[in-house]
Structure formats: structure tokens, C-alpha cells
Ligand binder design. Structure first.
Ligand code: BEZ
Length: 304
């Protein structure tokens, strides 16, 4: 059985008609019928109900159709991913969640550019879930995200666990002292979380650190992105739990306080296509570790 048989069968199943399927495949009808017949012979089962008009699939045919579609989608994905791997020797396209831009990302990119000046680096702001899709579609080569989502086509390296902090309106009673706060201190506040979609997202991570302690602030406000959350904090609408690096986003009317809760952390993740061990990616990972070494950040080194 070859991919061609799957493509032919899917076309017939979707068109419910051999003539239309043959047209769609740009082949004549007799060879198409022969190929489907060969497929049924090889499998030893009928896939199409004999004499049905419009054509109906048997139970085995319906099963085969679903799996054939999945295999064809995987083959198409493999094609775009391989093409991308073959092309990235002189360019590196990066997806990143907004919070990394206020932390170490600019430093890391400067360092990388100094060492590899001929590599063209491009940036795309996107959520972790969007990064997984973009990696599979070949629009980015590496994603810097925060959500630990599993995908069989993606290799994920946790670079470090970053402390979470609280952003408060300046002048808020909880911001009057420089002392660290506890999640419990926030229970009477409106908690502003982001991004609203796609889920799971950093919003669920923040809700997770509260629910680990079996608590939840009395009011939750969901917003689209980090900048809006911080803007609303500045406007006095509520408080937001954000990664420590967000302190790099200096803003009038916003005060940042540390959290005492040890489990209030968010991972920074490096995601790439599984088995993509290209030189640019290896160089990027080593650059990140060099920046961590210089900044005295602890991490567990992994290699591609
Ligand atoms: C970090 O903050 O650890 C980080 C940010 C962007 C890329 C890699 C690491």
C-alpha cells in the first residue's frame, strides 16, 4: 500500500463518486477504479458498499478513511518540516511569548548576532500553542514559550523555571511596603489574566498556582495579552501575576512585588521540531546557556 492509494481512496470517499474523484485527481476513471480494487484486495476487505449510489463506505471503509486522512496530513506536515530544516542554514525564525521580550530575549539575540552575524534572525510574537502550530507548518524554527503542552512532533527543552511576581497599581495598599507578598494576599483583588485564547495558556498556569493552594481570587478578568493586562493594572482595575522578567517593562503607575510562594514559577521553554538538530538551533541553545552563565542563572543543560 502506497500513499497514492490513500490519496485516491480519500478523494473517492469525499467525492462519493468515481468520476468526480478521478477529475479531482487529474486521472482517468478506469485506473482509479483499478487502484481502489487493488487496495481492497490487498486489505482483504470491502471499503465501498457495492452498487451504492451515491457511493457509501462500509464500516471498514469509514475506519480506513479516517486513518488515511490522518496519515496524509502527517505526510504533508513531514514535507513542510523537512523543507524548512533544509533551508535554515542561513536564517533562524523565532516565535516568542511577549514576556520573554522584557527579560533575556533581547540579550540572547544580541549575543547570537555578534557571534553569527551572517544568520538572518526574524521574530514572531505568538502564544506557546501558536508556536507549536507554526513549528509544524515551518513558519518558525524555534519557539520560546511557557505552556508545557505535549506534541509528538515537537521536542521541548525546559530552559529554566522563572519566578512569578505581582504587578499592582502604584499606591495600592499592598504596594505601600517593599515586602514580598503571598498569593493569599491577593484573594480580595480582581486578578487580570492573559491570554484569553488559545487555551491552555499562561492564564491557566496562573490559575494553577492559586488552585495548588486551593484558593482563587474573588474576581477574574481575562484579557487578550500581557500589555493589556499591565495597562489595566496601571489603570487600577486589578492586579496581575506575571513572570519576573516583566519588571523590565517599566511603566508609570505599576509597582512589582515578589511572591513568597515557592511553587509560583513559570517555565521558559525552547521548542523545536523533533529531530531537528540543525547548527543554528544548537548555536542558539549554547548562546542561551552562555547568557545564563553570565547572569548567574541556574539551569540544567540539555543538548539537541
Ligand atoms: C529566558 O528568559 O530565560 C529566555 C527568554 C527568551 C529566550 C530564551 C530564554
Amino acid at each position: 500500500m502506497e500513499l497514492r492509494h490513500l490519496r485516491y481512496f480519500v478523494a473517492v470517499a469525499e467525492e462519493k463518486n468515481f468520476t468526480r474523484a478521478a477529475k479531482r485527481l487529474f486521472i482517468a476513471q478506469p485506473p482509479l477504479s483499478r487502484q481502489i480494487q487493488q487496495l481492497e484486495e490487498e486489505l482483504g476487505v470491502e471499503l465501498i458498499e457495492k452498487g451504492s449510489r451515491p457511493l457509501r463506505l462500509t464500516e471498514a471503509g469509514t475506519f480506513f478513511h479516517a486513518h488515511a486522512q490522518e496519515l496524509l496530513a502527517k505526510a504533508a506536515e513531514l514535507k513542510t518540516m523537512t523543507q524548512r530544516v533544509g533551508k535554515i542554514d542561513r536564517s533562524l525564525s523565532m516565535g516568542f511569548v511577549a514576556s520573554t521580550l522584557y527579560g533575556l530575549l533581547p540579550d540572547i539575540v544580541r549575543h547570537f548576532r555578534e557571534q553569527y552575524p551572517t544568520v538572518e534572525v526574524t521574530f514572531h510574537e505568538m502564544t506557546t500553542m501558536q508556536q507549536l502550530k507554526a513549528l509544524k507548518e515551518g513558519t518558525i524554527d524555534v519557539g520560546f514559550g511557557r505552556v508545557k503542552s505535549e506534541d509528538p512532533n515537537i521536542r521541548r527543552i525546559v530552559l529554566r523555571e522563572e519566578r512569578l511576581i505581582v504587578a499592582l497599581p502604584s499606591g495600592h495598599p499592598l504596594a505601600l511596603s517593599e515586602n514580598s507578598l503571598s498569593l493569599v494576599d491577593l484573594l480580595m483583588e480582581t486578578l487580570i489574566i492573559y491570554p484569553k485564547a488559545p487555551r491552555p495558556s499562561f492564564a491557566d498556569q496562573v490559575l494553577g498556582v492559586f488552585s495548588e493552594r486551593s484558593i482563587l481570587p474573588h474576581k477574574i478578568m481575562e484579557v487578550r495579552e500581557l500589555q493589556i493586562a499591565i495597562g489595566l493594572v496601571a489603570a487600577g482595575e486589578g492586579v496581575a501575576v506575571v513572570p519576573d522578567s516583566v519588571q523590565g517593562m517599566k511603566r508609570n503607575n505599576v509597582a512589582y512585588r515578589a511572591l513568597t510562594d515557592r511553587h509560583a514559577v513559570s517555565p521558559v521553554m525552547f521548542s523545536v521540531r523533533k529531530m531537528d538538530t540543525s547548527e543554528e538551533l544548537r548555536n542558539m541553545l549554547n548562546t542561551i546557556y552562555a547568557v545564563y552563565d553570565r547572569a548567574g542563572i541556574s539551569y540544567i543543560r540539555e543538548s539537541l
